[in-house]
Design a protein around this ligand. Structure first.
Ligand code: SF4
Ligand code: SF4
Length: 420
């Protein structure tokens, strides 16, 4: 934490911005401890501070300081530098907002939304991890967290189209579909963008990317910067409206899907004039319509459910439908679907450098899951999961394979193009 921060002012600011509705969760928690074993951070570390219910502590302390009768008597505990230090780690480094704890909580307490709200209060107080905040600022100033400006997007798409001999539609004046991308893909896994283009072209879809609104990964939301979160959403909505898109496709990025599908309309205060689909949902639609023809995959694979697409996103079955009849040796890991374990890098944790050791420990859970299936490759449909797992794979020198769902599908397209 920045030593120049005025702790008293920061604490006051945090208190002032702690929203009342979050406090209702304090009253609801019956302290049963059921959530502890559901959290990958606690499962990996055994540290009681990593239990989900402990994430209520900052809100609880802020509440008691302001509202509890002790506060009126001047007896409430003070909030000092050590509190803020601990809370920063609690709210940012050790919660991926995966929602697994909520799925077992008898009171349905939504720890992920508490953490999201508390992050906003924390950042408004001038605090928060520098690297995560820098990613949000870069999104505001340059269009993406990794510095992918509109100009760089144009250059990269032109290069990818040439290199892979695939048309990549950019800035068409009108299109049925606006495809968005994650700069994680463009900068680290560009084949993923090529794969999406191949799949959409194969189906004969009328689609485009837009240099006015392309970045789907919303670091404003992850970093607790509500103004940046809204700006990122506004850019995509404006781009979609400009081309008259009926559908906006979110690429392989879990949190991008969560924000655009489930939060964007609330952020803007109006309904979105288009459908928001994760790429796996859209591809499943194509397959149902007979517009996706694939050659069979014989290698053994298993599937990692990205939390924001499956557990919190509701698109658990579409990935499996895509694999059905295509992946001849598909092996479910256990637990799977909405109870699958998190990769450990969601919720912006991937971008927090000091959280790397804990992330690597969490990945051992995933390694065990995959090894128990005996599958040679783990497939995911989230580039943030992929990046997290790639880094941890390297850390542990793990030999398991990792693959992207869209790349796997694009690599097995039957020649001959769309069947409409
Ligand atoms: S949302 Fe996920 S990471 Fe956060 S406390 Fe719950 S189980 Fe742990
Ligand atoms: S499972 Fe729910 S009620 Fe029980 S301790 Fe955790 S948050 Fe509280």
């Amino acid at each position: 934490m920045n030593s120049s921060v005025d702790v008293e002012a920061a604490a006051r600011n945090f208190l002032a911005r702690t929203e009342e509705h979050l406090v209702s969760y304090l009253e609801a928690c019956v302290h049963c401890g059921t959530c502890a074993e559901a959290c990958h951070f606690y499962a990996a570390s055994g540290n009681p501070k990593h239990t989900p219910a402990y994430k209520l502590v900052p809100i609880a302390k802020a509440y008691r300081r302001q509202k509890f009768p002790l506060a009126w008597l001047g007896l409430a505990p003070r909030i000092g530098p050590s509190d803020l230090q601990e809370w920063e780690e609690l709210l940012f480094d050790t919660c991926t907002m995966c929602g697994r704890c909520t799925s077992v909580c008898p009171m349905g307490i939504d720890i992920a939304s508490i953490v999201a709200g508390a992050r906003q209060a924390f950042v408004a107080a001038g605090l928060g991890p520098k690297d995560l905040l820098a990613a949000a600022d870069s999104s505001r100033d340059h269009g993406s967290p990794l510095g992918l400006t509109a100009q760089k997007l144009r250059e990269r798409m032109e290069w990818l189209a040439d290199e892979h001999d695939v048309p990549i539609a950019l800035d068409k004046p009108r299109a049925e579909i606006l495809l968005t991308i994650s700069s994680i893909e463009v900068m680290k896994y560009p084949e993923s963008v090529v794969a999406m283009a191949k799949l959409l072209n194969h189906a004969g879809a009328d689609w485009t990317l837009s240099s006015k609104g392309y970045e789907a990964t919303n670091f404003g939301y992850l970093a607790g910067k509500a103004d940046v979160a809204r700006l990122m959403v506004e850019r995509i909505v404006a781009a979609a409206e400009a081309v008259g898109a009926k559908t906006v496709i979110v690429p392989e990025c879990g949190h991008a899907f969560g924000v655009l599908r489930w939060s964007a309309a609330n952020m803007l205060g109006r309904a979105l004039p288009f459908a928001v689909l994760h790429i796996s949902e859209y591809l499943a639609q194509l397959k149902r319509a007979g517009r996706l023809k694939l050659r069979p995959l014989t290698d053994s694979i298993t599937y990692h459910d990205p939390c924001q697409i499956s557990r919190r996103g509701g698109a658990t079955e579409d990935a499996r439908y895509l694999l059905e009849g295509f992946a001849e040796d598909f092996r479910e890991m256990a637990p799977t679907g909405v109870y699958n374990w998190c990769c450990g890098g969601g919720g912006g944790v991937q971008a927090i450098g000091r959280a790397a050791d804990l992330r690597h420990k969490v990945f051992k859970i995933k390694m065990d899951q995959v090894e128990q299936t005996g599958a040679g490759t783990m497939v995911s449909s989230c580039s943030n999961c992929r990046l997290t797992m790639d880094e941890s794979k390297e850390h542990w020198k793990w030999g398991g394979g990792l693959a992207s769902l869209v790349e796997l599908l694009a690599d097995h397209l039957e020649s001959g193009g769309a069947r409409t």
